[in-house]
Design a protein around this ligand. Structure first.
Ligand SMILES: Nc1ncnc2c1ncn2[C@@H]1O[C@H](COP(=O)(O)OP(=O)(O)O)[C@@H](O)[C@H]1O
Ligand SMILES: [Mg+2]
Length: 369
């Protein structure tokens, strides 16, 4: 049994990172654990396994999509602006920022989670009042924020869902990002924390939330923005589902191999509902709910573990449709009607033309209520 449900990226890919680090001979920015070239390799994978300490280690491709975007993100982090990843929910913004942090700084957990309740203390620093009273203001009594830690140690700070925090609170980042110094007035002349090389900020923002529109233009200028797009090809989406689910199953000791055909079917459902057009050319009324790859992965995994614990270990179409209903109808009731319509046109046609699993999928439409 492994020790935690979801180990951080740097633990999960410990071997890959150690091998890449040992074999890395390319140029590195100050305090980076890996060179920009090796960071790229870690995220995009290698064709052939690499050999380290007599062991053959394969560097799996982790992010599928735009390779140039990954390169730009890495270069941004080596420069003096922050990196802001924006896009629809479930497009791997968080995943990318964790991979980047683990590869560059060796830690992916130095993170501020943005919420409507995030305060300036949470972004900068606060005090341990017992120590403050006993010893007066000093570094000992100061409780550093992840931003403070990032500056002090020269590592990346991740700021998740930054646009969910009020704009005036977000603005406390401005001086840190432009001058790379944080002032703690309570510490007098010793109160200046100058950021070590290696420090930078990766923000993520969902376009479905309040959005980046409300972010001040002063803060926007401190970041390079990169838009992460949803996966556009069914084959790629199917591959992501198979990889992610395969890995989840392995990590959780579930002895089941994901079914390729079922992954293809789910990937095409997500793709078609997202794009509003079927591979046969039917126009589809798009649901308002987010039809992301991340959702597809979780619907698939949910169905697979139901089969593992309750069923005969096979992938059950009735269960798949039930999970799909749960996933699409959480935003509003009309979405379910749109999925029903999708089944009675697109899936009906696919069932009669392609048969096989599509037929079972169509028969499971009785769960769409
Ligand atoms: N382009 C992609 N490459 C690899 N995995 C992806 C991709 N898009 C989505 N995923 C999957 O979806 C999940 C994305 O979740 P997450 O990073 O939390 O998204 P976001 O932060 O954008 O809402 C990943 O963990 C992965 O399983
Ligand atoms: Mg996220």
């Amino acid at each position: 049994m492994k020790e935690s449900i979801k180990p951080p990226v740097e633990i999960r890919y410990q071997k890959e990172l150690a091998a890449l680090e040992a074999l890395d001979t390319a140029r590195k920015p100050g305090n980076w654990r890996l060179s920009p070239q090796a960071v790229r390799t870690f995220i995009l994978g290698t064709q052939k396994p690499i050999t380290y300490q007599g062991e053959s280690i394969s560097i799996r491709k982790k992010y599928f999509g735009n390779d140039a975007l990954v390169e730009r993100c890495i270069v941004t982090l080596a420069g003096n602006r922050g990196l802001m990843l924006v896009g629809e929910p479930g497009t791997a913004k968080t995943m990318l920022s964790e991979l980047l942090s683990a590869a560059i700084s060796g830690v992916s957990t130095n993170t501020i989670q943005g919420t409507a309740g995030t305060t300036e203390d949470m972004i900068k620093y606060s005090w341990n009042y017992a120590l403050l009273l006993a010893k007066g203001p000093g570094r000992e009594a100061l409780v550093p924020s992840p931003l403070y830690v990032g500056m002090e140690r020269g590592i990346l700070t991740r700021f998740e869902e930054i646009t969910r925090t009020p704009a005036e609170i977000q603005d406390s980042l401005i001086s840190v990002l432009s001058d790379k110094v944080l002032n703690v007035p309570e510490l007098g002349d010793d109160g200046f924390l100058f950021a070590k090389p290696g420090f930078n900020v990766i923000g993520t923002a969902n376009t479905r939330d309040k959005g980046v529109n409300e972010m001040s233009s002063a803060l926007k200028r401190r970041f390079n923005f990169e838009t992460v797009m949803p996966v556009r090809e069914v084959a790629l989406e199917k591959q992501i589902i198979l990889n992610e689910v395969g890995e989840l199953a392995r990590e959780n000791g579930i002895a089941m191999t994901p079914d390729e055909e079922a992954a293809e079917l789910l990937a095409s459902t997500y793709h078609e509902l997202r794009e509003g057009i079927s591979s046969y050319g039917h126009r589809i009324d798009k649901p308002g709910a987010v039809m992301s790859t991340a959702e597809a992965v979780s619907v698939y995994y949910q169905t697979m573990i139901s089969g593992y614990y309750y069923g005969d270990g096979s992938f059950d179409m009735d269960c798949l449709v039930q999970n799909l209903v749960g996933a699409v109808s959480k935003e509003n009731k009309e979405d379910l009607g749109k999925v029903k319509e999708y089944f009675s046109t697109v899936i009906k046609d696919k069932s009669s033309k392609e048969g096989g699993l599509w037929k079972k999928y169509y028969e499971a439409r009785k769960w769409l209520k």
